[in-house]
Design a protein around this ligand. Structure first.
Ligand SMILES: Cc1cc2nc3c(=O)[nH]c(=O)nc-3n(C[C@H](O)[C@H](O)[C@H](O)COP(=O)(O)OP(=O)(O)OC[C@H]3O[C@@H](n4cnc5c(N)ncnc54)[C@H](O)[C@@H]3O)c2cc1C
Length: 277
């Protein structure tokens, strides 16, 4: 859609060129949300594409994803064989309500900064214990654990003008076992619940990440694999009855049901000895 309040487009070659920030400015990534509805509060778009960040960088530490990496680029990434949890990258890319146009244009950073409950790049990075590198305007960069970034439906810890630069997935998390569950009311629809479990290869722990069913990610960390009842009680404590996200993609009671159902399936799946992931 035409954004008729926007009167300027800036294309900096480095973020330092944007040395002051004011209301009305917005970073432009893929633009799939920015151009999907009127943006009366925005008069200037600042395009991130000319910054030319390398999309994906593999090292012994893990995978660094530039905020400007597109969903389609992550989908086609060929991970090292020892990253047993890497199939989650594609699973989460597929977990969008999206046409091919969204897929080819939307960025990982744009999805995280939108901070919607059903943001699959949030699920992916929280489940894989990522750290985000943030570049504030006129202040030193800071590192934020992914689980602390989203604070509610469409809210996060970004300060005015602060840029999400990169998402770092540690090799240790990428080398874990995993189980993935997702439900959506419609085929290719927005997720009603998107839940991931990960576990050390020695199978002596369990990390369950709950998203889409709740306004912000909820994570349950167990120092040893829990029994079914222990998991239920942990869910009871972590998410009160009123803590589920009620919207057109599923009411709160339905999402609560899915959360308990999928979390137990994940627990049982990862409890199986010798399962290959
Ligand atoms: C048909 C349709 C279906 C969709 N389905 C889903 C879905 O299933 N789940 C979902 O979560 N979203 C969905 N969206 C919303 C949106 O398209 C996605 O979240 C997408 O990933 C946003 O990425 P983008 O690169 O296009 O962001 P943009 O539209 O460019 O930007 C989104 C917001 O993030 C800010 N931003 C972008 N990059 C940065 C950065 N690096 N640092 C700081 N701020 C930044 C922008 O200023 C803007 O406020 C959908 C949208 C449409 C139109």
């Amino acid at each position: 859609m035409d954004l008729n309040t926007v009167t300027a487009l800036r294309r900096p070659s480095s973020p330092g060129e944007i040395d002051s920030w004011r209301d009305g400015f917005a970073w432009l990534a893929g633009g799939t949300w920015l151009f999907s509805e009127p943006q009366p509060a925005i008069d200037t778009l600042i395009d991130l594409e000319p910054l030319g960040w390398k999309a994906l960088d593999v090292s012994a530490e893990g995978l660094e994803i530039a905020a400007t990496c597109r969903i389609v680029e992550l989908y086609h990434f060929e991970p090292p064989a020892e990253w047993t949890a890497a199939p989650l990258l594609r699973e989460c890319c597929r977990a969008f309500l999206s046409s091919f146009k969204i897929w080819n244009t939307a960025t990982i950073g744009g999805n995280i900064c939108m901070s919607l409950p059903a943001g699959p790049m949030i699920t992916l990075s929280v489940a894989l214990e990522a750290t985000y590198t943030l570049w504030p305007r006129n202040a030193p960069r800071r590192e934020v654990p992914a689980i602390e970034f989203v604070t509610g439906n469409h809210t996060n810890v970004l300060r005015p003008g602060e840029l999400l630069r990169a998402i770092r997935l540690p090799a240790a998390s990428l080398s874990k076992r995993f189980a993935f569950r997702r439900a959506s009311l419609t085929k290719l629809g927005r997720s009603a619940a998107l839940i991931i479990g990960t576990q050390n290869t020695s199978q002596d722990d369990l990390l369950i990440t709950i998203t889409a069913a709740t306004p912000r990610p909820v994570q349950l960390r167990f120092a040893r694999p829990p029994a079914a009842e222990e998991l239920r009680q942990a869910l009871d404590r972590a998410i009160p009855m009123g803590g589920y996200f009620d919207d057109v993609h599923g009411n709160a009671r339905y999402k609560r049901h899915l959360t308990y159902h999928f979390a137990e399936q994940i627990r049982a799946e990862l409890a199986q000895p010798g399962a290959d992931r």
